[in-house]
Design a protein around this ligand. Structure first.
Ligand code: ADP
Ligand code: MG
Length: 577
């Protein structure tokens, strides 16, 4: 991928003024630093070799001047260090916020493929060195460019042949730096990938720690981890090797140059074409000339991490969410709630089998239907097509006659209350979790929803009631309790279309029948789809749709279906006999 320089630079925009000030300071500091060796030269050459009685006075004056310069230099550096870093950190935080927001917009399909741990790395680690790059990058280039050019010009005036001798080394130095820099970069990129792998592995193992322990498979997990860890170690080893080559190679060049200057310089002194003060000045300035080359390449290496971070950032940012609003998408108002599947075909991926082929049916507004069928038939999938968690591969899903693809996604989803098969609760209190269904709901409304979901009693029996912390993913609650909270959450959302996907599967018979009653009361005048295994749960439904892998096998009321003696009656008799 070519480096997206324009995009990279665009992040400076909000801080441009302050940043230019920082650059101005960096420039001044470097320019001032060029003066010191000149003062040393002046002392060693003109003052000490002249009249010593005048010299003492002058040395003090020069000392005073040096003090002033030091103050300017350090005050400037202070500003550059402090504000420069701050700007970098702010920019990094801007990018991180943007990335998080972008990832939130991604559709289900994206999260089916990406590992959470990998995504975490992208949001946290990958961006860490960007702040360094953002402020040190331009600042250091200015600093070292000023020093390099300044030193070169000054040295050239002092002694042109010796300067050219030093200069002759530079192309080799540059070439060496380029080659090894490249190796280093690829090693660093590799590091990033490996650490992301480790994070993904840790995330997976720790999320499933209860499964790991129940199978006593800690050893297997540890082995998986140590493989990832080992690969990271290998990658680190390669990086250090490349680094060692790079730094020591550079060091060798610097020593070669220094030796050359000492030898040639001393020879010149012997030949009387150079004096000692000039040689000292030369040795002082030589670092000014070499340092930039050393630093610029070293910097580019340091910054390479920032650069690869930015590239990985852009990789993510360039993924367009495949499910998004069309231009002029329709905002739903006064929804009736009729749902129509029209010749819908769907498969999860190019290599997956079709879950549906030309599936058609309609659910009238306000209708309460049940969806039953063997597991894997596609019940959950069918429901996830309505809020556009996935887009159909063929045909269309229509709500009130409007293709869901033409509806504003926010508006579509705010009209659908869905209790998903896998309940997910956030870490936080019970109150917060229920209120997630409607952040504007009052405490009373939350309690009301909890009562309807038959959750109030168990919540009140907890020491802190609604303010009880439920732990990460709700680990401190039973499966049935979690389900009731997620039902309360959807009750609170108060949407005209309701989907309950095995929402009461973990409840005992008694509490299920309570929830069922309030659910049926709540469902009045709302279009409702209930998926349930326990067929007793769905008897109330005006219509039962029986879904099998071949599509809709039959539909009708409970009694009609029993009479038909088909799939449904078969399922039913298995459950009750
Ligand atoms: P049900 O809810 O009726 O048990 P699902 O809708 O969950 O069935 O699954 C229908 C089919 O789609 C199954 O074959 C399942 O393996 C497949 N499937 C479900 N979710 C995904 C997914 N995220 N990616 C790929 N295939 C999936
Ligand atoms: Mg399911």
């Amino acid at each position: 991928m070519q480096f997206p320089i324009k995009k990279f630079l665009s992040y400076y925009k909000p801080y441009l003024r302050l940043f230019l000030l920082v650059l101005g300071c960096a420039f001044t500091v470097s320019a001032v630093s060029l003066i010191f060796p000149l003062l040393v030269r002046y002392i060693t050459k003109d003052v000490l070799e002249g009249d010593l009685s005048i010299a003492l006075n002058e040395v003090f004056w020069i000392g005073g001047l040096m003090l002033v310069l030091v103050v300017i230099q350090n005050a400037g550096n202070f500003f550059v260090d402090y504000k420069g870093h701050e700007i970098g950190a702010r920019m990094e935080s801007d990018l991180r916020a943007e990335l998080f927001e972008h990832i939130q917009k991604m559709p289900f399909r994206f999260f089916d493929q990406e590992k959470t741990g990998q995504l975490m790395t992208r949001i946290t680690n990958d961006l860490l060195l960007l702040s360094e790059l953002y402020h040190h990058g331009p600042e250091d280039y200015i600093k070292y460019l000023v020093r390099f050019i300044g030193a070169f010009v000054i040295l050239f005036f002092i002694n042109a042949p010796l300067t050219m001798a030093v200069f002759a080394f530079l192309p080799f130095l540059g070439a060496f730096a380029l080659v090894f820099n490249k190796k280093l970069n690829s090693a660093l990129g590799n590091n990033k990938q490996r650490i992301a792998d480790i994070n993904a592995q840790v995330e997976d193992s720790l999320s499933g720690i209860r499964v790991v322990k129940s199978f006593a498979n800690e050893r297997i997990e540890t082995e998986k981890f140590s493989k990832a860890n080992q690969r990271f170690l290998e990658s680190r080893k390669n990086t250090y090797k490349a680094e060692a080559y790079f730094f020591n190679g550079m060091e060798t060049f610097i020593q070669l140059i220094t030796i050359t200057v000492i030898v040639l310089g001393s020879a010149s002194i012997v030949k009387d074409s150079l004096d000692l003060a000039d040689l000292i000045t030369f040795l002082l300035y030589i670092t000014y000339m070499i340092e930039p080359i050393q630093k610029l390449t070293h910097m580019s290496m340091q910054f390479q991490e920032g650069i690869t971070g930015f590239q990985r950032f852009m990789e993510m940012m360039n993924i367009e969410p495949s499910i998004k609003n069309r231009p002029n998408s329709i905002k739903l108002a006064n929804l009736e709630g009729e749902i129509e599947f029209k010749e819908v075909s769907f498969c999860y991926g190019d290599h997956d089998h079709n879950v549906f082929v030309h599936l058609s049916f309609t659910i009238q507004k306000g209708e309460y239907i049940a969806l039953v069928g063997p597991s894997g038939a596609g019940k959950t999938t069918l429901c996830s097509l309505i809020p556009r968690f996935y887009d159909v591969s063929g045909g269309a899903v229509l709500i009130d006659g409007i293709n869901v693809r033409d509806i504003d996604i926010q508006s579509l989803r705010s009209n659908i209350g869905i209790v998903q098969q896998d309940v997910y609760l956030f870490s936080g209190t019970i109150l917060e979790n229920i209120r997630y269904g409607n952040v504007h709901a009052s405490d009373e409304e939350v309690v009301m929803a909890a009562k309807r979901a038959n959750a109030h009693d168990f919540i009140m029996s907890l020491p802190k009631g609604y303010h009880s912390e439920i732990g990460q993913r709700g680990v401190k609650l039973s499966g049935g309790q979690k389900q009731r909270l997620s039902i309360a959450r959807v009750f609170l959302k108060d949407a005209p279309i309701l989907i309950f996907d095995e929402a009461t599967s973990a409840l005992d018979n008694e509490s299920e029948s309570i929830v069922k009653e309030s659910l049926e009361a709540f469902a009045k005048n709302r279009t409702t789809i209930v998926i349930a295994h326990r067929l007793s749960t769905i008897r109330y439904a005006k219509r039962i749709i029986v879904l099998t892998e071949e599509g809709i096998a039959e539909q009708g009321t409970h009694d009609e279906l029993l009479e038909k003696n088909g799939v449904y009656s078969h399922l039913y008799s298995k459950q009750f006999n």
